[in-house]
Write a protein that binds this ligand. Sequence first.
Ligand code: ZN
Length: 315
Amino acid sequence: MRRLALVAAALLVLLGAGVALFTLRSGPGEPGEPGLSAAAAAHPRLPEVRRTMEAYGPLIAEVARTAGGESLVVGHEERAADVAALAAELPAAVDAVTAVWGEEWARTALLVVADSPAEFAGLIRATGPVSPELAAAAIADPFRPGTTPAGQRVVFSPDAGRRLGPDGLATLLRHELTHVAARAVTSDAAPQWVLEGFADYTAHRARPAAFAATAPTLTAALRAGAGPADLPTDADFRGRDAVQAYERAWSAQAYIADAFGEQAVPRLYRRLAAGPLDPAAEDAALRAELGVGRAELVAGWLGWIAGQSGVAAAG
Ligand SMILES: [Zn+2]
């Protein structure tokens, strides 16, 4: 009853005052409901998360204008700082993803910040235990490849803001938005070095940092003479060295951008992300897109990361 009455009240306000009101934010106690501006309360995507999230406490929400329209960030009062930070970062983050991927995505987003591990698990629709290390996840309703996925949302863990800090949270947002943008052409069975490397490439591109700052564990391994011999396997992303697996995947995409031009990065993604690839198929896809096979790509990448980390490339 409460939900219906409040949404109806927000709609009446909008109808009476015209579209301009849609961009206004009202504070707690103003028309709408406590913690939700009229624009947030009336946002068409609020109901998708409202039922789950209200079980964990009253909602707060902010509307952010991004390239494709009105985006929405939802959380609870205890995570108000994260909600505000994400809403402030969202327009630039959408643009950063579009700069690499292009405009073939909604360029709006629904972000939600969980207040507890249980809420986080519910919002990402986890069917088993969730690692306390998981900072965020981008999810979508099941969809047929080639169609536009519905129900896409980025869910942030309760600890993400506190543990990552503002810069880390901004980078995480870009990473997850990249998954959202590319979802329609992405198979979960595609190689993880492609999916995660591309998301990290887009995430770090707008805020370039030294190689050692972006890939500290990889740099340390290289300087210790214990660098990788190959691209990370899918299992590497779940194991003890998952952090380095992400850094290796990022560095592979950064190398491809450097050696073959940045346009090669999203082109290669579209070719490699559509499904599982055995080594022969991966080799053929790389040859078609980059003009080199897998062995040559890996050799070039290993030489590049050796140089970037200050370790002389092996001869
Ligand atoms: Zn990811």
